[in-house]
Design a protein around this ligand. Structure first.
Ligand SMILES: [Zn+2]
Length: 464
């Protein structure tokens, strides 16, 4: 058995890990590399292996850095099954269609800046490739062992990271001996809203584990619901608007779920709430179809309220014209809109409209990467540039932490302890982390494994 790390090795994007067992070639995830345009393009264009040589893909979850290059794999000849949970298949279908649209826009943008004589830039993939790849999804329920051929079986456990996310237990038979390979995908936190805690794994021979926040401790989760209530009450008093930049997948549904809870408890200040992102609306529909895989708290809410993502004061905005019309409305309101770091999407025009008025509030949720508009707002710079104009930052800025979708060092330690109590871990590999995060997690993990954990570089292969 051999494993080769083709992406998310020493970095956090482009997850692709190839397992070869005798004649079988199984790919864990097929993520898009994100980052610097030209470099990402080069890594995404060509796979390190012939696409048609892959027998099957196992997709851990629908985030684009894990799923986003699947249509390219199809374009280059892959036609095997893609095993994932049903929720992942549904979410990935929407995310990949959206990604194809972004690919087309990117190719157009790059095309405009080409030197004379340069051949036109083709998108990495188009709608037809997405249609092809989503036809290959084969779904497996959480907890059910599926025999996919005589020598291979798969079981998904809940990773608690986003809707549908799975930890994979893959049992493979080689020369008459069964071995278990576990792939964590992205591991969630304990006590996240909507989602189950990550499930513990049984004894495994090989563990491939993410390490994004292996060197961090998340701040203790503040009570986001109560923070929201305070911010909204202030907005009602001031007759101001609250702009909440939020990722369409996961974060927006968590927020609307908290607001819905406050409404049910009679604690939501009287304020209209708008969710203004077409992608969020499509994804929320999928969330509504998969309520049964959410945590016990959601099941309790459902006993009295069939829709935890909707209440009378909440409106989902469809068209661009409706979105712009929000500018002309007066009085207090909340606008939840993408993207989460304020780099693109409709939230940018809402920010440009709201930023100069000190009655308004910008509520930032979670990590804001360097050089993004979100980071500049988080730093409360006196002036920020939006659409090439300098705007004075007069609106209040609130930072709501505690909704990270990734395990921190303590969550990992707990998960490794659980594995140790259930038979332990043989050889571990740490992927999906910046080098210092992976090294810090290796120190923690070392105590729970038979061998020292390995941090592979991109392209590294190991015989097991
Ligand atoms: Zn993820």
């Amino acid at each position: 058995m051999q494993i080769t790390f083709h992406g998310a090795a020493g970095e956090v994007t482009g997850s692709q890990h190839l397992l070869e067992v005798e004649e079988r070639r199984i790919l864990f995830d097929c993520g898009l590399f994100q980052g610097h345009r030209a470099e990402a393009r080069r890594k995404n264009e060509e796979f390190a292996f012939p696409a048609e040589s892959i027998d099957a893909v196992i997709l851990s979850h629908a985030h684009i850095d894990h799923s986003g290059n699947l249509p390219r794999l199809y374009r280059q000849g892959f036609r095997g099954p893609i095993y994932c949970t049903e929720a992942t298949a549904d979410v990935a279908t929407i995310m990949l269609r959206d990604s194809a649209k972004i690919q087309a826009e990117d190719a157009r943008y790059l095309g405009k800046h080409l030197k004379r004589g340069h051949p036109p830039i083709e998108p990495l993939y188009d709608d037809e490739d997405v249609d092809g790849i989503v036809g290959l999804f084969e779904t497996i329920e959480y907890g059910r062992m599926r025999q996919i051929d005589r020598d291979t079986r798969i079981r998904f456990l809940d990773a608690g990271h986003i809707l549908g996310s799975a930890i994979t237990e893959l049992d493979v038979q080689e020369a008459g001996v069964w071995k278990r390979v576990v792939y964590s995908g992205d591991l969630g936190r304990r006590d996240s809203p909507l989602l189950h805690d990550p499930q513990p794994i049984e004894r495994c021979d090989v563990l491939i584990c993410e390490s994004t926040y292996g060197n961090r401790l998340h701040p203790p989760a503040r009570d986001i619901k109560q923070e929201l209530r305070r911010i909204l009450s202030d907005a009602v008093k001031l007759e101001g608007r609250v702009i909440v930049p939020a990722f369409s997948l996961g974060r927006t549904q968590q927020l609307t779920y908290f607001l819905n809870d406050l409404f049910n408890e009679g604690k939501l200040p009287p304020i209209p709430v708008y969710v203004d992102s077409p992608l969020s609306l499509r994804l929320t529909r999928i969330y509504r179809e998969h309520l049964s895989v959410m945590d016990a708290e959601v099941q309790r809410v459902l006993e009295a309220d069939p829709d935890p993502f909707g209440f009378p004061w909440l409106t989902y905005i469809h068209s661009g014209a409706e979105s712009r019309a929000l500018n002309d409305r007066h009085g207090a309101m909340v606008i939840i809109s993408a993207s989460g770091m304020c780099e693109n999407g409709r939230v940018v025009h809402h920010l440009a409209h709201a930023i100069r008025d000190d009655r308004n509030t910008i509520a930032l949720i979670g990590f804001q990467a360097e050089h993004t508009l979100g980071r500049k707002l988080a730093e409360r710079r006196p002036f920020v540039k939006i659409f090439d104009h300098e705007f004075p930052l007069k609106a209040h800025v609130e930072k709501l932490d505690g909704l990270s979708a990734h395990a921190d060092a303590n969550d990992f330690r707990w998960w490794f302890e659980q594995a140790a109590q259930r038979g332990g871990i043989g050889q571990a590999f740490l992927v999906h982390g910046e080098p210092e995060a992976s090294r810090a997690l290796a120190d923690i993990l070392d105590g729970y494994c038979d061998e020292h954990p390995i941090i592979p570089a991109r392209g590294d292969s190991y015989e097991l």
